[in-house]
Design a protein around this ligand. Structure first.
Ligand SMILES: [Zn+2]
Length: 204
């Protein structure tokens, strides 16, 4: 089966506990250290098998790394790992999962080949918020609940607020409306994408 490595927890003698996101489940698996094992890393897409044994944590076996060309571009690979870590925290404690999350990572990995990493991450986060029913695109202030006429301030989960209610950086309302409606950030400057990515890093 195939999955993405969401989290790696080192144990004694280089054994690991590895969380792998597959289309329908997040598996928590034990991996013994051994010279013949292929290297694994956070965010890698792998082909693998699970060995079930009575009373013990299932084991991660027969790992093959299904690489992406952009993994060699360090800044891209690091941003991908940052997003994977945010996703792992977001999905903490969940075992059965909707295929949406696996498919989202599939799409992102493909887009990263050609597109700017931060744009891919911001646009994908919009998709995640929409899927989870958390995309608030009506520009109503989450503090005072009144409509926002001016450019909105955005906070965690891209909730919007009046500049007078939350004194933070505001964003161009038209561009953000387009981003939220279409999931497309083409009208946003790099500097705006950077500011949105900073918000994403506060947590999904
Ligand atoms: Zn307000």
């Amino acid at each position: 089966m195939q999955g993405y490595i969401l989290k790696i927890t080192p144990l004694k003698e280089e054994d690991l506990i590895v969380k792998v996101l597959t289309p329908n489940a997040i598996h928590t698996l034990y991996r013994f250290y051994g010279a013949r094992h292929s290297t694994i890393n956070l965010g890698y897409k792998i082909d693998f098998e699970i060995e079930y044994t009575l009373g013990n944590m299932p084991k991660l076996r027969r790992i093959t790394h299904l690489g992406y060309s952009w993994l060699k571009i360090l800044p891209k690979a690091l941003l991908w790992q940052q997003f994977i870590t945010l996703l792992a925290s977001h999905l903490e404690g969940i075992e059965r999962i909707d295929p949406f999350y696996f498919e989202l990572l599939q799409k992102m990995a493909k887009k990263l080949t050609k597109q700017d990493a931060k744009r891919v991450l911001v646009e994908s986060y919009i998709e995640l918020l929409r899927f989870e029913g958390r995309l608030h695109d009506s520009f109503e202030c989450f503090v005072c609940e009144a409509p926002i006429q001016e450019n909105p301030v955005l906070v965690r989960a891209f909730l919007s607020a009046h500049g007078s209610c939350i004194p933070k950086r505001s964003f161009d309302k038209k561009k953000i409306a387009y981003l939220m409606r279409s999931g497309d950030g083409q009208f946003l400057e790099d500097e705006e994408i950077e500011a949105l990515w900073q918000i994403v890093q506060e947590g999904l």
